[in-house]
Design a protein around this ligand. Structure first.
Ligand SMILES: Cc1ncc(COP(=O)(O)O)c(C=O)c1O
Length: 437
């Protein structure tokens, strides 16, 4: 099949030169590099769906506040490692307004992106008990979290939730948590890569088991309020972004600014620790920290060691964005709805051309349209499909690297695809279908 939209020989040559053992196991950055080279050599633009970067401009309120802070000279001054004074209550207000959860400002901490939040959380929480160490992931998930644990030499396990939705989640989860091996549990909701969203029933199961086995849930809300089937955008009014915090006191939330505020470049996020956990004392922490108090160890042990706080000016940007959202002046959900609208159109183009959506349901409901979706084509593994699609000018990542057991699947990210490329996408998918059906 040599008559492909992107020159067959060049694509084959570049794949060979990349020396990747398997395209399916390539990391997101490796795929990006390969596609950059193919685009450069062929002069043809790909429909690029491999990287989860925001495709929208940064929130202007944040940019202005950050510039103003820089003009005031904050760059010269170390910020407090637990966050600037005005930011902490504003985070707590945001958590009350958009999740309907009460938390004291003390446990509201800025972090250098949500990635630093997860690193600090693993580092601290997985050391609370000397007879347990690891994290259980409800997969599919974001590969970098596992890399963080690997770098630290901590243990982890995971299972793919695909076959364990609804009531089935209880027994599956309990089979892991009852082993007494884990300190923490992590999932993202909405989920990267599958865009499934846990139902209230599932969050209740997770919360109840976390309490029963004294496990800390690290709830990764990187795509906060981006389940567009419901409007979570009105401060202080239901519906609220669903959270496990309604069902257990053992939680840490990670709220990223990268996607919802399109602020990925400034690496500023939020870690929120429940009051109960913040006050918990765990004597085994003394092996690594000067205090057995979880909140103290997190701030003055882990965050201090990692970066001594979060950039000063970025904290002012976050403060301004949260304040505007809390006061109802800034509808942060409205500005990212474009992702859902693009996903709806793109999913239809795939479905019309013989592809299937892999993770397609939240219990009985069709999944939302959002930042990511997953797809497969009959007869191909995800790795094979990924490679084939390169000849058709379409790039994505295989689900193999996300802990998914749906080895036929691929993750597509809609953010960087321009609406002006939909025609190309349609034609390329049509030709792929014609060539392979
Ligand atoms: C599930 C998930 N968690 C965390 C992150 C990282 O967030 P941040 O940019 O705030 O570090 C991402 C980014 O893609 C993500 O998809």
């Amino acid at each position: 099949m040599k008559n492909t939209p992107i020159d067959y020989d060049i694509v084959s040559q570049k794949i060979k030169e990349s020396k990747l053992k398997s395209i399916g196991n390539a990391t997101i950055r490796e795929i990006k590099k390969l596609v950059d080279q193919i685009e450069q050599d062929t002069g043809k633009k790909f429909v690029r769906m491999e990287m989860g970067i925001p495709g929208l401009p940064p929130t202007a309120i944040g940019v202005q506040a950050q510039k103003d802070a820089l003009d005031r000279g904050v760059a010269a001054i170390y910020p407090d490692i637990y966050g600037i004074a005005e930011l902490k209550p504003e985070i707590a207000k945001f958590v009350k307004n958009f999740l309907n959860v009460d938390v004291s400002p003390e446990g509201c901490l800025p972090t250098v992106g949500s990635m630093q939040g997860s690193y600090a959380a693993f580092l601290t929480l997985n050391r609370m008990y000397k007879d347990r160490e690891g994290t259980l992931f409800i997969d599919p998930g974001f590969p970098v979290h596992k890399q963080q644990l690997k770098v630290m030499g901590q243990e982890w396990e995971s299972f793919d939730v695909y076959d364990y939705r609804g009531d089935k989640l209880r027994d599956k989860l309990e089979s892991y948590l009852s082993t007494g091996r884990f300190c923490s549990l992590l999932y993202s909701n909405p989920n990267n890569p599958s865009w499934i969203c846990f139902t209230e029933k599932e969050l209740k199961i997770i919360g109840e088991l976390a309490t029963k086995y004294n496990i800390i849930v690290i709830e990764d809300l990187a795509y906060f309020a981006m389940d567009f089937r419901k409007d979570y955008s009105i401060p202080g009014k239901p519906p609220y972004q669903p959270t496990v915090a309604h069902y257990t006191d053992n939680w840490v939330m990670l709220i990223s600014s990268s996607k919802v505020f399109s602020y990925a470049g400034e690496r500023v996020g939020t870690m929120v620790i429940s009051d109960k956990l913040f006050e918990t004392s765990a004597p085994d922490l003394l092996r690594f920290y000067s205090s057995d108090n979880v909140g103290y160890a997190m701030i003055f042990g882990s965050i201090y060691s990692l970066s001594s706080g979060t950039p000063h000016s970025a904290q002012y940007a976050l403060l301004a964005m949260l304040k505007a959202a809390n006061e109802g002046r800034f509808n942060f959900v409205e500005q990212v709805k474009e992702y859902g609208e693009k996903a709806k159109i793109m999913k239809k183009l795939f479905l019309d051309n013989g592809f299937k959506i892999v993770y397609d349901k939240d219990e009985d409901d069709p999944i939302a349209d959002g930042f990511y979706f997953t797809f497969a084509y009959p007869g191909f593994s995800g790795a094979e499909l990924l490679e084939k699609l390169l000849y058709y000018g379409i790039s994505a990542i295989s689900l193999d690297i996300t802990g998914s057991e749906r080895h036929e699947g691929i993750r597509a990210c809609v953010s960087l695809v321009q609406r002006s490329q939909f025609k190309d996408l349609e034609e390329r998918l049509k030709q792929f279908h014609q060539d392979h059906k």
